[in-house]
Write a protein that binds this ligand. Structure first.
Ligand SMILES: Cc1cc2nc3c(=O)[nH]c(=O)nc-3n(C[C@H](O)[C@H](O)[C@H](O)COP(=O)(O)OP(=O)(O)OC[C@H]3O[C@@H](n4cnc5c(N)ncnc54)[C@H](O)[C@@H]3O)c2cc1C
Length: 374
């Protein structure tokens, strides 16, 4: 089985880290992912917080909303009755996940291809192609009529805005890490970016769930990516109420898999990048490594209509499924509550279409790569 994985920057970090550690952790499932699709992301909200923001603070029921969007630093909720609620993004700050406040990555720098809204006009997506695999996907989908593509230079506003928002996110995260550091709280993933995987394996010796809970989960770093849950050999770790929770004692007792895999305990970014990208590949601060940046939109009106922006993610991955480049796509769909994202594994383009659009809250999807529900 060969999977495409659609994820936020923090999820890509978790999945790439489990991939590089798969031999040490004796887990082969990360190797199922052959295509990493990143989503640009400034911040995210836990579902309970997002619900409270919209329903309690703004008295709008989530099931009355047909689409959420973030435009010009406002959150916009389009209502099914044609009306809309719009308020400054700033008002959501108290609800933003604590882990997002120390995330350095806006553009999903560990992807094969990243997609966002910023940089392109309405109903177009900005596509940052980083690897040959990503380029083959975009060019193949264009040739087969799945997407319409333009060089980013031909549209407005273009990459300067992506770079500006990237810079802002990074500066804010570094400042927050400094504040936490002054209060004696470790933000260890930021200090590990140049460390080797070998060093990190050594540093994680003798540490396990208790340290993960203290340093990351209670320490306000966790992104709920679920790498820890997926690598737990005994299945005793689960996401409960949006946090990794030990349901019974670790088996074996000295197991340190969850601590080792967590991308917020440590992130060997330089080594991960050296494994993904070719030497001398173009790099720009705020974009990351790239081969090209484009504006793209789905050619199929159904995909364009349902897509959050240009529907590029769904169109590109429909092509990948139709042409058997991958046999499944891990992303999200709506769960049992309105606007609650849950993991989805789509096996064909009809199923994939149901997963399009943006859910502005968190779903733990790495365990779905392994084949677990959470
Ligand atoms: C929490 C969040 C914050 C974002 N912030 C920004 C931002 O600041 N700037 C920016 O330019 N873009 C941001 N994006 C990306 C943007 O909203 C679109 O997802 C992106 O432009 C792709 O649009 P599309 O029309 O090409 O994708 P579509 O064809 O609509 O496909 C979207 C894909 O994303 C998946 N998806 C939706 N919600 C989630 C989720 N919560 N977790 C994981 N996968 C999900 C869907 O299942 C689908 O596969 C954010 C996305 C999310 C989920």
């Amino acid at each position: 089985m060969s999977l495409a994985y659609v994820g936020l920057p923090c999820q890509l970090e978790g999945l790439r880290k489990t991939e590089v550690l798969s031999e040490t952790l004796k887990q082969d499932w990360p190797g199922k992912v052959s295509l990493y699709v990143g989503l640009l992301c400034r911040e995210n909200w836990a579902y309970t917080c997002f619900r409270a923001l919209i329903e309690d603070d703004y008295s709008l029921k989530l099931d009355e909303v047909s689409k959420f969007d973030i435009k010009k630093r406002n959150i916009v909720a389009f209502k099914r009755d044609g009306g809309k609620l719009e308020f400054p993004l700033e008002e959501s700050r108290p609800y933003v996940r604590a882990g997002c406040q120390v995330c350095l990555d806006f553009t999903g720098e560990l992807s094969d291809i990243s997609v966002g809204a910023v940089g392109s006009p309405m109903k177009w997506s900005t596509v940052i192609v980083r690897t040959e695999k990503g380029m083959e996907l975009l060019k193949g989908a264009e040739k087969e009529g799945y997407v319409e593509v333009k060089p980013i230079e031909e549209v407005k506003p273009g990459t300067w805005l992506v770079k500006k928002l990237s810079k802002e996110k990074k500066e804010e995260a570094l400042k927050e890490a400094e504040i936490r550091g002054d209060e004696g709280i470790k933000v260890s993933h930021i200090s590990s970016l140049d460390k080797s995987v070998k060093e990190l394996i050594k540093e994680a010796e003798g540490k396990g769930y208790d340290e993960l809970e203290y340093e990351v989960i209670d320490g306000g770093l966790c992104s709920a990516c679920g790498a820890c849950v997926a690598v737990c050999p005994s299945g005793c770790l689960r996401i409960v109420d949006e946090r990794p929770t030990l349901l019974e004692g670790c088996k074996p007792e000295e197991c340190n898999a969850c601590y080792l895999a967590c991308p917020r305990v440590s992130l060997p970014l330089a080594e991960l990048k050296s494994l993904i990208f070719n030497d001398g590949q173009s790099y720009e601060d705020g974009l990351g490594e790239f081969l090209g940046v484009y504006a793209a939109r789905a050619s199929d009106p159904k995909v364009l209509e349902r897509g959050q922006d240009g529907g590029a993610v769904t169109a590109l991955l429909s092509y990948a499924l139709d042409k058997n480049i991958v046999s499944g796509v891990v992303s999200v769909r709506e769960g049992e509550k309105p606007w609650m994202p849950v993991p989805a594994v789509s096996k064909n383009s009809e199923e994939l279409l149901e997963t399009s659009g943006t859910f502005y809250s968190y779903a733990t999807t790495i365990p779905a790569v392994k084949g677990d529900k959470d």
